[in-house]
Design a protein around this ligand. Structure first.
Ligand code: CU
Ligand code: CU
Length: 348
């Protein structure tokens, strides 16, 4: 496919060719707000239509990926915090995790399969959650056919850095290694494969969040949601063709997140995006407190839009004053139209 062909056109007009590229039947039917496809007409933000189109006539998708075959559902990933297998050794909490690198075909859009590389068969990988000072042990087995690593953000020894040349370096197919370190500092961090070419290994799906709670915990809220922003480069030309939160484009547009007026909401937002420099998060009809990297209990900003470059992350906290369906999305319109858009469904 020519690079002159814009991604918008790619999405709207050339969806059939994706079947060839992805090796899958192109059963996806893309629609836009103009109502070009009969199925989408009148959809709008009518809950009965599953919110297939954005309230502002944003591009949407008809149909649903097979979450069961994928092995994960983005609606579940919002609150799927993994505390590991817990034991206490000499008064210290120890958390053991089993990580396996697996090649896996993921249906990212209806009918479009992406040959992903995953930790534990899902994108993003498990959301590790612990408390500062805990001992974290990641028992990593490479069950795929490429060398991989797990590189954690945080403070640890050279040997545990998960990069080629440090400690065990690349973990070869069929080999294993246990990464071990104390969780610090408190905040919102991430992990990802650090084999080269780095962008390709991350964009294929080898990434996840690493949440280190402060010793006394964060202030209490009604909901905590993890959102990992990323992209999908379907045709491997080092440009993203879709954008999303938690693995599947348009998911929270079709499946809004239910909250109530007055609920305190905390979002752990991480930008795993490769190939594009800047990502963003915009919340409609509301403002939020932003805690960059989650390493301070005092917010740095009260705003409705923040941006993050690669590996930047932060906590977002807000409460809705009014009921209704409210969008959240990348304020970069192109990203939003290519999948990075969702809705909160706020009820009394
Ligand atoms: Cu890798
Ligand atoms: Cu990194």
């Amino acid at each position: 496919m020519s690079k002159n062909f814009s991604r918008r056109e790619f999405l709207k007009a050339a969806i059939a060719s994706l079947g060839t590229i992805g090796g899958a039947a192109a059963s996806a039917r893309l629609v836009d707000g103009a109502g070009a496809a009969p199925l989408a007409q009148g959809g709008g933000d009518d809950p009965d239509m599953g919110g297939m189109m954005g309230p502002h006539g944003m591009v949407g998708v008809v149909g649903e990926v097979d979450h069961e075959a994928n092995g994960f559902n983005p609606s579940d990933l919002l609150t799927d915090f993994d505390y590991g297998e817990v034991s206490v050794v000499n008064g210290q909490t120890v958390r053991d995790y089993e990580f396996v690198a697996i090649n896996k075909s993921i249906e990212v859009m209806p009918g479009i399969e992406f040959p992903a590389w995953t930790y534990n068969g899902r994108i993003p990988g498990p959301t590790i959650r612990c408390t500062e000072g805990d001992l974290i042990r990641i028992n990593f087995f490479n069950g795929s056919d490429h060398p991989h690593t797990i590189h954690f953000h945080g403070i640890h020894t050279h040997e545990m850095d998960g990069v080629p040349g440090a400690g065990p370096g690349l973990i070869q197919p069929g080999e294993s290694f246990t990464y071990e370190f104390e969780a610090e500092p408190f905040g919102l961090h991430l992990y990802h494969c650090h084999a080269f070419p780095l962008a390709r290994h991350i964009a294929k799906g080898l990434y996840g969040a690493f949440i280190v709670d402060p010793k006394g915990g964060w202030p209490k809220v009604d909901h905590e949601f993890f959102m990992g922003m990323a992209g999908i480069d379907i045709d491997f030309d080092d440009e993203n063709d879709f954008y999303m939160v938690n693995g599947i484009p348009f998911h929270y547009q079709m499946h809004p997140i239910d909250i109530k007026v007055g609920d305190k909401v905390r979002v752990f937002l991480v930008n795993f995006l490769e190939f594009d420099l800047i990502n963003s998060f915009h919340l409609h009809a509301n403002f939020f407190h932003y805690y960059p990297t989650g390493t301070s209990l005092t917010p740095s900003e009260f705003t409705d839009t923040i941006m993050q470059t690669q590996a930047q992350r932060g906590l977002i906290e807000f409460t809705f004053k009014h009921p209704g369906r409210f969008m959240f999305h990348a304020h970069n319109t192109e990203f939003a139209e290519l999948g990075w858009t969702g809705n909160f469904n706020v009820t009394e």
